[in-house]
Design a protein around this ligand. Structure first.
Ligand code: NAP
Length: 476
């Protein structure tokens, strides 16, 4: 099968604006003109002067479109698009006139489509078979997977001998858009969110290198929930590109750890970053784990090889890397604020380097449990004066949008303040610590350092730290 094409969807309230947007599109093989969104839908205006082949779509309201006229008016518009030589015309399988329109053209240039905005219908295979039987050149189905593994229902529908477009809408469906070649789609759509989960052409082509993704491209990603603001795809795709590795990395928002494993096994995912809330659950599902992840009780990285899932924890190395040379850890008095997942890795990292660890938490017993990982003690707030050399914030307090908040209201009478938060890069805690004369470290340093370790483990090459940092900063 030839490489999947990229269709960029444009819509506008008027035909004049639609033409302006059509002509501003960069990087598309085809432009989908959603003339149903215009108050004055007009096929001639849509087609004239086009420099890129187009798909004309006049989507009915009953299938999520904006067309408010009658069905006979809609048919006239689609017939005009065929008569005036539109490269493709989209018609809903459920439209009463679909078969007549398809027969009138012999199917050539017709995209017969079916959209399901709530789920993946149970009769999808039968539906696709019936849609193929119409004789339309292209069969397109767009469904709404609620879990990653729901996408697998699409995987079995691709047919190299028939042109098919298989789209999973919403966050869990992103893989179907980026991995069109793996799913057997002849094209994929991009645009400014004209359908749930649709991403812009510049992100498809730039960050995900859509043009280079073939059915042999290695698949990596980040799993967790939610993932909308993750900067990991930007970092890892930049690293793959720089290393010249045929691989792509994307958000994989799973419904559960099991959901991720099912999806990843079926698609042949080679590796994944793991974040909240699956660090512990996927630790439990890994076939092998390293000493550090066993000490922490959680993983943040998976690699698949030899038919097994191997788990590691690069958060520990990522946390330690930025401190190197700034403070001798042996004997240093450390105050860790928070007793969640990140605090566990920090406690293990510092305890194993001989620091004297105190974990502060709202829940004293939880703080004590985490402190034991670092051979230290748990305590309730507040942090006493002159009690620390290194203060680590492992709570989300001060993160966007609550940038005016700080987790610490004591004296900055220690040496180094390390905030694991990376958005914003300069938290209120760091600004105040710096003003008081402390050395400070932001969470981006750790984020980049743990990602460098992951990439190294997956592809056997250490990406340049600066490259990863720039990609993360640009994404933030
Ligand atoms: P988590 O498992 O949800 O734990 C959060 C901890 O913060 C819990 O102990 C919680 O206390 C405490 N906390 C929450 N709100 C608080 C408040 N208002 N006052 C006092 N304590 C509060 O989250 P996590 O995975 O540990 O992540 C913590 C932070 O580290 C996040 O900001 C995350 O973005 C950051 N992080 C950064 C990196 C990096 O690479 N830079 C890596 C991992 C995490 P309770 O137990 O009482 O609820």
């Amino acid at each position: 099968m030839s490489a999947p094409l990229l269709v960029v969807t444009v819509a506008a309230p008027t035909m004049a604006e639609l033409r302006l947007r059509r002509d501003a599109v960069v990087g598309a093989d085809l432009i989908e003109l959603r003339i149903d969104q215009a108050a004055d839908p007009d096929v001639s205006a849509a087609l004239s002067g086009r420099r890129t082949p187009v798909v004309v779509t006049c989507r009915a309201a009953f299938e999520g479109g904006g067309f408010r006229g009658s069905e006979s008016e809609r048919l006239k518009i689609l017939q005009a698009a065929v008569a005036q030589g539109a490269d493709y015309v989209d018609v809903e399988f459920s439209a009463d006139f679909a078969l007549d329109l398809i027969r009138s053209t012999g199917g050539k240039g017709i995209v017969v489509s079916s959209h399901h905005f709530d789920d993946v219908p149970s009769d999808l295979s039968e539906r696709v078979r019936a849609m193929r039987a119409t004789g339309a050149e292209i069969v397109k189905v767009a469904v709404y997977p609620r879990a990653l593994s729901d996408n697998l229902r699409l995987l079995s529908l691709g047919d190299p001998s028939r042109k098919t477009v298989l789209i999973g809408m919403g966050p869990a469906g992103l893989a179907t858009r980026v991995l069109a070649a793996h799913f057997g789609s002849c094209w994929s759509y991009a645009g400014d969110g004209h359908a749930p989960g649709q991403i812009g052409a510049s992100r498809m082509l730039g960050e995900f290198r859509f043009r280079e993704v073939t059915s042999r491209t290695g698949i990596y990603g980040i799993t967790g929930a939610p993932l909308a603001h993750s900067v990991s795809p930007a970092m890892h795709n930049a690293a793959f590109r720089a290393a010249g590795v045929d691989a792509v990395y994307m958000p994989m928002p799973a419904a559960s750890a099991e959901d991720f494993i099912t999806f990843a096994n079926a698609l042949g995912v080679k590796g994944a970053s793991v974040t909240i809330p699956y660090k512990v659950d996927l630790f439990g599902k890994a076939d092998t784990t390293d000493d550090l992840s066993r000490a922490v009780g959680a993983i943040n990285t998976l690699r698949h090889d030899g038919g097994q899932w191997h788990g590691r924890n690069t958060d520990v190395a990522g946390f330690l890397a930025p401190i190197a040379g700034r403070l001798p850890l042996q004997g240093a008095r450390v105050a860790i604020l928070g007793s969640g997942g990140a605090a566990r890795g920090v406690a293990v990292a510092l305890g194993s380097h001989g620091s004297v660890v105190t974990v502060y938490g709202r829940d004293r017993s939880k703080a004590e449990e985490v402190a034991r990982l670092g051979h230290g003690r748990g305590a309730s707030y507040p942090v006493p004066p002159k009690s620390w050399d290194l203060l680590v914030n492992a709570t989300p307090v001060g993160m966007v949008p609550h940038v005016d908040e700080t987790p610490f209201d004591g004296e900055f009478d220690g040496r180094v303040v390390y905030d694991l938060i990376y958005n914003p890069q300069r938290t209120r805690l760091l600004v105040e610590a710096e003003a008081a004369g402390c050395d400070t470290i932001g969470g981006l340093d750790m984020l980049v350092a743990q990602a460098v370790e992951q990439s190294d483990w997956w592809i056997g090459r250490r990406p340049p730290v600066d490259l990863m940092r720039q990609a993360a900063q640009a994404s933030l």
